[in-house]
Design a protein around this ligand. Structure first.
Ligand code: NAD
Length: 257
């Protein structure tokens, strides 16, 4: 999939994975739409990228906000790539094990919030993006667009205390092949990346040294946390390689929990 003369929408575009991917896709000629709620980071990144990049304040908890971001991208240029890499607001209560040390169960509201942030909103972005891509003229390769969701290795082997997150990320893995099959007649591919442990803003309360000291021993090789640009390299490759479709790729230095 060639990105020249096309647009690319990135949710969480001002974040760790999102901003690294925005840089890679802009370098390949895409007009990048950074969809995030971090106004300062988003605007600064749009300026840095040039190439007609724009920041659009987008709350992934709000369907109309997602629809507006997709519309902005499609109005700039045919939407060729959507990369879904957002975080979300904190949940309505404490997380933890299904039954905590105090004998109390995890609230259903906390579970539902994680599913909303990491799965339902990802489906919403996917479906709005696919609807816009379906209106594109196909390229010579017969392709109209590609959608990349972000799962996690927790979607395969969730750690204790992460049932809601593991369920949501497992949902991304589960829907990817079916999405690819549904969208195949339209020439739209669906892929997902399942990252291991990467140093992004999500670890903002720790320094890189502290985070690496904690997580590097759990990663066989290379013995360090992932670099968000390694995610971006894979996302850019998925965009370019039309034969990648319907699967989730682990990107984790062989990390297993
Ligand atoms: N970092 C890791 O180790 C890791 C591992 C596996 C999966 N992931 C997944 O990757 C995705 C991106 O995470 P990251 O590590 O780049 O985190 P990050 O914190 O660096 O970036 C997340 C971005 O999402 C934005 N965001 C927060 N609430 C939002 C909202 N309501 N609407 C739109 N945007 C919002 C933030 O402002 C931020 O820019 C997440 O889905 C995360 O679960 C991360």
């Amino acid at each position: 999939m060639k990105l020249e003369n096309g647009s690319a929408l990135i949710t969480g575009g001002a974040g760790g994975f999102g901003s690294a991917t925005a840089r890679r896709l802009a370098a390949r000629g895409a007009r990048v739409v950074i969809a995030d709620v971090a106004d300062e980071r988003g605007q600064a990144l749009a300026k840095e990228l040039g190439n007609g990049a724009v920041y659009v304040r987008t709350d992934i908890m709000d369907e109309s906000s997602i629809a507006a971001a997709v519309e902005t991208a499609a109005n700039l240029a045919p939407l060729r790539a959507a990369v879904i890499a957002h975080g979300g607001p904190p949940g309505p209560g404490p997380g933890g094990r299904v039954i905590g040390r105090d004998g109390k169960r995890l609230s259903v509201a906390v579970f539902a919030h994680s599913v909303q942030v990491f799965l339902t909103s990802a489906f919403a972005v996917t479906s709005y993006a696919a609807e816009a891509m379906a209106k594109n003229e196909p390229l010579e390769s017969d392709q109209r667009g590609v959608i990349i969701n972000t799962s996690s290795i927790s979607g395969y082997e969730g750690q204790p205390g992460l049932v809601p997150y593991a369920a949501a990320k497992g949902g991304i893995i589960g829907m990817t092949l079916t999405l690819a099959r549904d969208l195949a007649p339209l020439g739209i591919r669906a892929m997902a990346i399942a990252p291991g442990t990467f140093f992004t803003l999500a670890y903002g309360q720790m320094s890189a040294e502290e985070a690496n000291a904690k997580f590097a021993p759990t990663i066989p090789n290379p013995k360090r946390m992932g670099d968000p640009d390694e995610y971006a390299q894979l996302a850019a490759h998925i965009v370019e390689n039309d034969f990648l479709n319907g699967t989730t790729i682990r990107l984790d230095g062989a990390q297993r929990f």
